[in-house]
Design a protein around this ligand. Structure first.
Ligand code: HEM
Ligand SMILES: *[C@@H]1O[C@H](CO)[C@@H](O)[C@H](O)[C@H]1NC(C)=O
Ligand SMILES: *[C@@H]1O[C@H](CO)[C@@H](O)[C@H](O)[C@H]1NC(C)=O
Ligand SMILES: *[C@@H]1O[C@H](CO)[C@@H](O)[C@H](O)[C@H]1NC(C)=O
Ligand SMILES: *[C@@H]1O[C@H](CO)[C@@H](O)[C@H](O)[C@H]1NC(C)=O
Length: 459
């Protein structure tokens, strides 16, 4: 059984190098892989039963939260005062009505403290520095996210983008199916949320809190977040006819589940830090209201006495956690030619695909910037090289993947539901920047919600 679990992690390796993974042959590896899948299925069914039980057992959400508050053991790592955030000189200030904020709690928070421009119009250099300083994000991970944000949501000549929506509601991270994707940890899908893909959803976070309360340590652990992915994925598959897992945005939304423990823990997750409710709820702006038993979306803020992780978290770690821990909780088929067969999956492969794809991508231009063309893209690709993402550093042979760029990362971008042909919504009134101090989505949107579920209600 032990081997089977190892196989569940990296089946591709087991098949390619059976000896290395403790099995004798490819056939044995395949057999064990099958057993693993069956064990996973059984595990999944068990979780569903548990989930149902939980709903009837725990009573109020408030009760679950009480259960979580202060429940996590204390940080066992020796915390270095240098890692305390915010540093002197960076103060919290709630964003004003004209400040751009969107689906990324990490970047929203950094702008709320002045680590990034408070108006939410950010550029590559600022983001690389701020994400390292605030959260210890590795240069390669920040670069690959930033480059895609610039290519699909931003302005190439200035290497900049808006955290929510851009001027006149064009571009910005709110733009659907580019970097922002369906099946997010705590946001609704673009179609079902009637364009609101960026506000904290009260009902999804309520579910997240319940998964954390099932965790043996009452943490937002990788496993708890894997259960969150499984539940959100099942919901979207069932209810969202425009669910389309474009490779790049899907990778981001899967990795975002591991970002919860890895970046938001107090201290270093896995090295004595804790992914406690106090840290997570504050950082993602979820404020519980006893009266309504709902979560109000408030500006993202570090809790008192919070320490960032002590070591960098980079692209390989992010993909490894995402694809060996989160994704297997519910391996929804992805339209990803190289990854369609899960047996071919290694983090290295994925990075390779991303790199190869981006070197020949046709940017999803927002209009008006088409002339920036090939030279501008080349300069963006050189950012990836300098961040260590080139074929040489990762040992990824240039010939390993096919070279069909944009269609590799955004296949059929103009089909309905794709980035160039958005899913239909009854209104675009929810496309703007985040509006805080409201409650969004008290109920699951099984059909598109263009009412006050999406536009928020005052608590
Ligand atoms: C470096 C540049 C970054 C870019 C361009 C970026 C962009 C985005 C985008 C577009 C989303 C929406 C994804 C989706 O729809 O699921 C997102 C979500 C997320 N990001 Fe970022 N991000 C960046 C850095 C960070 C950092 C530094 C952190 C943590 C410290 C972070 C944590 C998260 C989390 C946790 C989510 C999921 C939110 C939720 O649905 O609950 N990101 N980010
Ligand atoms: C973080 O850990 C330190 C050390 O255990 C503790 O003093 C502090 O209260 C914790 N902060 C949060 C928000 O959990
Ligand atoms: C926001 O922008 C609008 C339109 O430009 C302006 O009228 C308003 O005064 C601005 N509000 C703040 C708080 O800056
Ligand atoms: C990396 O890939 C590029 C493009 O295919 C190629 O020109 C270069 O020689 C490769 N570098 C190494 C060290 O293999
Ligand atoms: C893209 O669309 C074409 C025809 O419209 C279809 O044959 C093909 O299967 C689609 N590709 C993907 C990856 O969905």
């Amino acid at each position: 059984m032990k081997t089977a679990y190892a196989l569940a992690g990296l089946p591709a390796l087991a098949l390619a190098f059976p000896g290395m993974m403790g099995v004798n042959s490819r056939e044995e590896a395949l057999q064990q892989l099958k057993e693993t899948r069956m064990a996973e299925q059984a595990e999944k069914e068990k979780r569903q039963v548990l989930g149902g039980l939980l709903g009837s057992l725990t009573g109020t959400v408030g009760g679950v939260i009480n259960d979580l508050t202060g429940a996590v053991g204390s940080v066992t790592e020796a915390l270095n005062p240098d890692n305390k955030r915010p540093e002197p000189g960076y103060t919290f200030q709630a964003p004003g009505p004209n400040d751009s904020r969107g689906p990324c709690p990490g970047l929203n928070l950094l702008a709320n403290y002045g680590y990034l421009p408070r108006n939410g119009h950010v550029n590559y250099g600022q983001v690389v520095e701020a994400t390292a300083r605030g959260f210890n994000m590795g240069l390669d991970l920040a670069t690959v996210l930033a480059v895609f944000a610039i290519l699909t949501d931003g302005d190439i000549p200035s290497q900049s983008w808006y955290l929510g929506t851009g001027p006149s509601n064009v571009g910005g991270l709110n733009r659907h199916d580019t970097v922002e994707a369906d099946i997010s940890p705590n946001r609704e899908d673009y179609y079902l949320g009637c364009g609101n893909n960026h506000a904290l959803s009260s009902r999804i976070f309520t579910q997240n809190v319940q998964f954390a309360s099932q965790d043996p340590n009452k943490e937002f652990s990788l496993n708890a977040m894997g259960n969150q992915w499984a539940a959100n994925g099942a919901f979207s598959v069932k209810n969202n006819p425009y669910l389309y897992l474009f490779p790049f945005p899907s990778i981001v939304s899967i990795a975002a589940y591991n970002f919860y423990p890895q970046f938001f823990s107090n201290g270093t997750y896995g090295a004595g830090g804790v992914a406690n409710y106090e840290s997570i709820a504050s950082i993602i702006g979820a404020q519980f209201d006893e009266k309504t038993q709902q979560f109000e979306y408030v500006p993202e803020r570090w809790p008192e006495n919070w320490y960032r992780r002590a070591t960098e978290y980079d692209a390989v770690q992010a993909l490894t956690d995402g694809f060996t821990i989160i994704y297997p909780h519910n391996p929804i088929p992805m339209v990803f030619p190289q990854l369609a067969n899960v047996q071919n999956l290694t983090p290295q492969d994925i990075l390779c695909v991303i790199y190869e794809g981006i070197t020949s991508i046709t940017p999803l231009f927002l209009g008006g910037t088409v002339e920036s063309g090939a030279n501008a893209i080349t300069s963006l690709v050189s950012l990836l090289d300098s961040a260590g993402l080139s074929n040489t550093t990762l040992g990824c042979p240039a010939s390993a993947e096919s070279q069909n760029g944009a269609s590799l990362l955004y296949p059929n971008a103009s089909q309905k539901g794709g980035p160039l042909n958005l899913p239909p919504t009854a209104s675009d009134g929810n496309a703007g920047n985040n509006v805080y101090n409201k409650v969004y989505f008290t109920k699951a949107p099984t059909t598109p919600q263009c009412n006050n579920q999406a536009s928020g209600v005052n608590p």
